[in-house]
Design a protein around this ligand. Structure first.
Ligand SMILES: O=c1ccn([C@@H]2O[C@H](COP(=O)(O)OP(=O)(O)O[C@H]3O[C@H](CO)[C@@H](O)[C@H](O)[C@H]3O)[C@@H](O)[C@H]2O)c(=O)[nH]1
Ligand SMILES: [Mn+2]
Length: 768
């Protein structure tokens, strides 16, 4: 089936090469364009920052003898800041923007390739089924031939409620999908669509008919919500006992057989029918490693491999609904409209809905993605971000870009030794081996006529927890194991094979998800990310190794280095934040005296750094508050990332494995918290807050001591002066949520135990 579209693909490429031709007809227009996004002003500002840091270091070196150990520490931190600024400069240097043209694609490619869609969910309490259902509905309704799509939902929680919700949703999908396509609905997650009455009647439709259908649809959706809510409350879905319940009877948390259920099967006759929908709960047994999300993705790759085996894979987290129905077309513009090796995978940005005003927890990631990921795209492409990403199945199966020139990479089960190698690599399923061969040799997909129900046995086999034993799954094949940021790790592996990736940023944004809100959730997430990234740096897939031994481009290695040292950066940052307090408490100075002209160096640095980060926000039309909140959250996160270093050390010593703690996804509409509290920082007894509180205590003590020295300062005596005092106040400003937490109770207050631990630490520090 695919050979047709592959033919067209070649056609597209040929057409692309004709771009220079003077007969610029419609067919020769490119499907995508790469436009330089370099910003001269930003470069100047980067250089200025580095110049200022260098001057400061130079000044410190000149006065190191008089000042002693504090200046040595400051010097080390500042050298590190130069290093990270240079890494940042590398990222910015060749930033690009891309444009994609779905209309041209539709004109040109008549036989679009199939896509298998993966949705992962792991816990029906932290990830309410209604959220997953909305994501799935939005995916089933995208603007793409429905018979070319298959949606697989992996449920790591093995929850009957999630399954029941999907079955109910599939009934709704049968009317929802045709409705969306008929009226060209923009946002196809019903929870979003029905938040307000339609403002206008879609072009070419009668207002009465539309409104009637709209209301009918809304009432069906409300019905669906009620059913799911009731099931969640009862915790055992009502209809389940008769229809499907039997399957869940022997389901115990973390100990159950695999389950693969075809919920919807597209008969490929009627254009309005929704795509295939398959529920997958992989087998779980105590004592068997299941590798968190990476394990789930590998099971999905295999299950879909034996069922539909599409050459392209899209994966999203359960909360990431489709916000732009043309998303698959946009991705295809890059996948089919560039040289294959330039678009190994296509990543969309992670964006969020229902964000709180001014982003109090700095979790919207808007600036970091706008500024950094566009930079990656100019080197070897964006990192794989775990959601909103299209992969080529053959790459997930482990093929390098130049695979047909490498003798022996073409695998075939009928081919003696190769056959054996194939089974060893991909496991003992003959059906899967066949699918792998199809993908790696002809690129063709499964026979159009075969029924999904015929593949259930093969699907169960590949979803069992012992299937991967002694195979290459988790390293050479599939999603890579060994890090809680399996996404970045897998992306590094792909880039190391020599593939590049592309960043796709259509308007409106392709996917929207839930940003964690609250404080505790944010810090736990950041800690997990920083831990996973550091695990990669010290692991066997480290970019540092891959740039020498594999095909990771050197500048891309530096890009990854910038990401992977996230946790390590917390050391100099926290150290630098302690220094002003330390200097005040010990009567040392951190900066040149106020009367010296050299004071201008750190002063300009301070102003420049803040101005420059602020500009990033203002240029993207974000508020000053959003800038401040994100700055603040970065500094608070640094104290939490200290635990990432600890976690990786414990792992290296073989004392403790790192784990993937699932992020809670809140439903904004049904948020039980009173509105006034939204945006307030939450705390719990986790040690993650101890370093932050200690820092607050130290600076408070320092300010008290400092104020008693005001007279000495006024006389310009040696020791700390207004500069150190200002820095101390500035650090406290960053930690205002913590200061408030000291005076609040309940989930908005810092627990006594944490206050006590931090108090002891601060006291010990002052004694030393
Ligand atoms: O054992 C597990 C744990 C998690 N998940 C799923 O993984 C996804 C991401 O988990 P989440 O708790 O939302 O983590 P985030 O930190 O928000 O996720 C970001 O970071 C992860 C790790 O880097 C990536 O995998 C995600 O795609 C990316 O959105 C969710 O769909 C989960 O259901 C599983 O399927 N099995
Ligand atoms: Mn998430």
């Amino acid at each position: 089936m695919l050979s047709g579209s592959l033919g067209v693909m070649d056609g597209c490429l040929r057409v692309l090469k004709l771009r220079g031709s003077s007969v610029a007809n419609k067919m020769s227009l490119p499907l995508q364009e790469k436009i330089s996004g370099k910003k001269s002003l930003r470069r100047v500002s980067d250089f200025l920052l580095i110049f200022l840091l260098l001057s400061l270091i130079f000044y410190r070196l000149l006065h190191l003898k008089e000042q002693g150990p504090v200046w040595v520490l400051a010097l080390i931190c500042e050298t590190w800041f130069i290093f990270t600024s240079l890494l940042g400069l590398n990222i910015q240097w060749s930033a690009v923007n891309r444009k994609t043209y779905p209309d041209r694609l539709l004109e040109r490619v008549k036989n679009l390739p199939p896509v298998d869609i993966f949705v992962t969910t792991a816990d029906s309490t932290l990830e309410p089924p209604i959220i997953t259902v909305n994501t799935v509905l939005s995916l089933l309704a995208v603007d793409y031939p429905a018979h070319k799509l298959a949606c697989y939902v992996s449920d790591d929680g093995g929850s009957p409620i999630t399954f029941y919700s999907l079955v109910e949703a599939s009934k709704f999908a049968k009317i929802w999908v045709p409705f969306c396509k008929k009226y060209g609905v923009q946002v196809r997650a019903p929870s979003m669509y029905f938040t307000k009455k339609p403002e206008e009647v879609p072009h070419g439709h009668s207002s009465d008919v539309f409104m009637q259908e709209w209301e009918n649809m809304e009432s069906h959706y409300n019905e669906l919500c009620k059913k799911i809510e009731a099931a969640v409350k009862k915790s055992v879905p009502c209809n389940l006992t008769n229809e499907f319940g039997a399957d869940f009877y022997d389901f115990e948390h973390g100990n159950h057989p695999s389950m693969v259920k075809v919920i919807l099967e597209n008969k490929k006759s009627d254009g309005d029918e929704p795509p295939h929908l398959v529920y997958v709960a992989r087998e779980k047994r105590p004592g068997q490693p299941h590798h968190f999300k990476a394990g789930a993705m590998n099971v999905l790759t295999r299950v879909s491999g034996v069922m539909t085996n599409a050459p392209f894979l899209l994966n999203v987290d359960c909360d990431m609904f489709v916000n732009n129905p043309q998303v698959v077309l946009h991705a295809m513009c890059l996948l089919l409209g560039t040289e294959e090796r330039e678009s190994g995978f296509v990543q969309f940005p992670q964006m969020f809905y229902g964000s709180l005003k001014d982003d109090p927890f700095g979790s919207s990631l808007v600036v970091s993605q706008e500024v950094t990921v566009r930079g990656f795209d100019g080197i070897q492409g964006p990192m794989y971000g775990g959601t909103g990403c299209f992969h080529r199945r053959k790459i997930i199966f482990g093929l390098p870009p130049d695979y047909d020139q490498i003798k022996g990479t073409k695998l075939s089960p009928k081919n003696g030794d190769f056959g054996k190698a194939l089974l060893q690599k991909f496991g003992n399923s003959a059906t899967l081996a066949e699918s792998v061969t199809q993908i790696t040799t002809s690129g063709a997909t499964k026979d159009e006529l075969h029924k999904l129900s015929d593949c259930i046995d093969a699907a169960h086999e590949v979803a069992s927890c012992r299937y991967e034993l002694n195979t290459h799954w988790g390293n050479e094949v599939g999603w890579v194991y060994g890090s809680t940021t399996e996404d970045v790790l897998t992306g590094i592996k792909i880039h190391s094979m020599g593939w590049a990736s592309a960043y796709c940023t259509p308007v409106p944004p392709a996917f929207l998800g839930c940003a964690p809100q609250g404080g505790t959730t944010n810090l736990v997430q950041v800690k997990r990310w920083a831990t996973g990234l550091l695990e990669i740096l010290v692991g066997s897939n480290s970019p540092l190794i891959a740039t020498f031994s594999k095909k990771l481009r050197f500048r891309q290695c530096l890009v990854y280095l910038f990401l992977n040292i996230w946790a390590v950066r917390s050391l100099p940052e926290v150290c630098y934040a302690v220094l002003p307090a330390y200097c005040i408490l010990t009567n040392n100075s951190l900066w040149p005296k106020m009367s010296e002209p050299a004071i201008l160096i750190p002063a300009t640095l301070f102003v420049h750094y803040n101005f420059r980060t602020l500009m990033d926000y203002l240029l993207l039309r974000l508020s000053v508050r959003a800038w401040w909140n994100t700055q603040r959250m970065e500094k608070i996160s640094a104290t939490a990332c200290l635990f990432s270093i600890l976690a990786v050390l414990l792992k290296l010593l073989g004392l403790e494995e790192t784990i993937f703690e699932v992020t809670r996804k809140d439903q904004n509409e049904t948020n039980s918290e009173p509105v006034a509290d939204v945006g307030k920082f939450t705390f719990d007894a986790s040690p993650i807050f101890v370093p932050g509180v200690t820092l607050v205590f130290l600076h408070m003590a320092a300010l008290v001591v400092g104020l008693s020295r005001v007279q000495a300062m006024a006389h310009g005596e040696a020791g700390p002066g207004p500069g150190e005092m200002l820095c101390s106040v500035w650090v406290l400003l960053y930690f205002i949520p913590f200061i408030k937490g000291l005076f609040r109770r309940g989930s908005y207050g810092i627990p006594w135990t944490t206050i006590f631990k931090a108090g002891v630490l601060a006291f010990l520090f002052m004694q030393i």
